[in-house]
Design a protein around this ligand. Structure first.
Ligand code: GAL
Length: 450
């Protein structure tokens, strides 16, 4: 059965690693087409297609730094790359928080594609930056006669003069299309109605949640209601996701309600797709220490009246329009979170201390290993074990201070030290274990709205 494993690097049907981030999905001619960021060399937007969202066939690099350019009827900047542009230096790449993988030239993010019935063309909207920093804050448009052909780049611009960063497209049932993007240095989320050919903005119809700093928008319609998912602005690090509901895309939107847990299960929204009766939320799991290791996560959405939620799923199986998810049970790979403050247990080889969550911080990673009827809590980086004394120690077989019993309690599972009989304490506070997908195991939890 076609099964998608969340959080793992995905390969296409040729066995090559898929580079398709900040992706958008278009359903066309019985296929799901996935368009996303490919930052290697002079590539910019890759395209894959699939019948089941699990087996992806590589189709094309639809936009590169060398793509053909074409004229637009509003004034745009057609530059994609300076002449003879070579690879970026590590310093240049670091300045725009990328790994040293790109070539000098435009940085293209979050490409989204719609088919325009009025013109018979496929239209791509995306976030454009100059490749040096994030100050251009423009959208850009490209167009093609075929879904996965070579797109013609029509240039970048500021819609109605606004800044425009993270973005999405939405096509309503009557064919009216909308472009939605973060503006005013991400303080506002703006909804624009597009022209009939989808090539430019016809009107700014809504300024949502002014001053609330939202990004990564995704819109879907379910049961007559519009839902918009967004994240807060914390760069490549995840944060508590949110969603809002409206009766019309240009109508009154609700306040933002929480979606997922405090890191949205370590994802940031990028797309949504309906399979049979089930909507799948598609999120990027960025790897800030190596962008190319970023992965894609699918989570089935649950609707109850106007509320929408998702649980963590290790695996999502998609067959004949049916979606089933399995939560997964093992707790081997964990971060250890302190209750009452957003800090995690960290180690440096001997000492144990607490730190703010940093996804590239290897010192926050722990392994839970089974030993007889107990578990050991191993610091991944140093290979040492957490002892009941609150320090890291070398492994000694059967040493009681290194052994922890897992006990069920009203609050979930607690780790009780074999020697002291006390539950896991750090600086006098009981801690919570979470796995890498931010499921929680026992103790108090600082996660609100979860
Ligand atoms: C995120 C954004 C990504 C990318 C990143 C760069 O907030 O959603 O698309 O722009 O920042 O730091």
């Amino acid at each position: 059965m076609p099964t998608y494993k969340n959080g793992q690097i995905v390969t296409d049907t040729d066995g090559n690693i898929m580079h398709c981030h900040g992706a958008g999905i278009l359903e066309h001619d019985g296929w799901y087409y996935l368009f996303g960021e490919d930052r290697r060399d002079r590539r910019r937007v890759s395209c894959y297609r699939s019948k089941d969202l699990v087996n992806w066939e590589f189709r094309n690099i639809c936009l590169t730094l060398d793509s053909e350019t074409g004229r637009h009827y509003v004034r745009t900047d057609l530059r994609l790359a300076p002449r003879n542009s070579g690879p970026m230096t590590p310093e240049e790449a670091a300045a725009i928080s990328m790994q040293p993988i790109g070539h000098r030239g435009a940085n293209i993010e979050r490409p989204k594609i719609l088919y325009c019935e009025a013109t018979g063309k496929f239209v791509m909207w995306m976030h454009f930056e100059n490749g040096r920093d994030y100050n251009a804050a423009r959208c850009a448009v490209a167009v093609c006669d075929t879904v996965d052909g070579d797109y013609t780049y029509l240039g970048s611009f500021n819609p109605v003069g606004n800044m425009s960063r993270d973005c999405t497209l939405y096509k309503d049932d009557d064919g009216t299309a909308y472009f939605i993007s973060s503006a005013r240095d991400n303080a506002d989320m703006i909804v624009y109605r597009l022209s009939e050919d989808y090539l430019t903005v016809a009107e700014q119809v809504k300024t949502l949640w002014p001053g609330q700093f939202r990004e990564a928008p995704v819109v879907l319609k379910e049961n007559g209601k519009y839902y918009m998912f967004t994240s807060r602005c914390t760069g490549w690090n995840p944060n508590q996701g949110g969603y809002a509901v409206a009766d019309a895309i240009d109508g009154r939107w609700s306040a933002i309600r929480p979606f997922g847990n405090e890191t949205t299960f370590n994802t940031q929204p990028t797309a949504a797709v309906k399979v049979g009766e089930t909507w799948l939320y598609i999120g990027d799991r960025w790897d800030p220490s190596d962008y190319l290791n970023s992965t894609i996560v699918y989570l089935p959405l649950k609707f109850d009246g106007e509320s929408c939620s998702a649980d963590w799923a290790d695996e999502v199986t998609i067959e004949d329009g049916n979606v089933t998810a399995s939560a997964g049970a093992d707790i081997k790979d964990v971060r250890i979170m302190l209750p009452g403050c957003s800090e995690y247990l960290s180690g440096d080889g001997y000492n144990v201390f607490t730190k703010k969550l940093g996804y590239a911080d290897k010192n926050l990673l722990w392994l839970v290993e089974e030993e007889e009827d107990c578990v050991l809590i191993k610091h991944k980086e140093s290979g040492k074990y957490l002892s009941g004394d609150g320090i890291l120690d070398n492994y000694v077989k059967g040493e009681e201070r290194l052994l922890w019993k897992l006990e069920d309690s009203d609050e979930g599972k607690l780790f009780i030290n074999r020697r002291t009989g006390k539950s896991l304490l750090v600086f006098g506070r009981r801690v919570v274990l979470t796995d890498k997908n931010d499921r929680h195991f026992g103790g108090f939890t600082i996660v609100k709205n979860y």
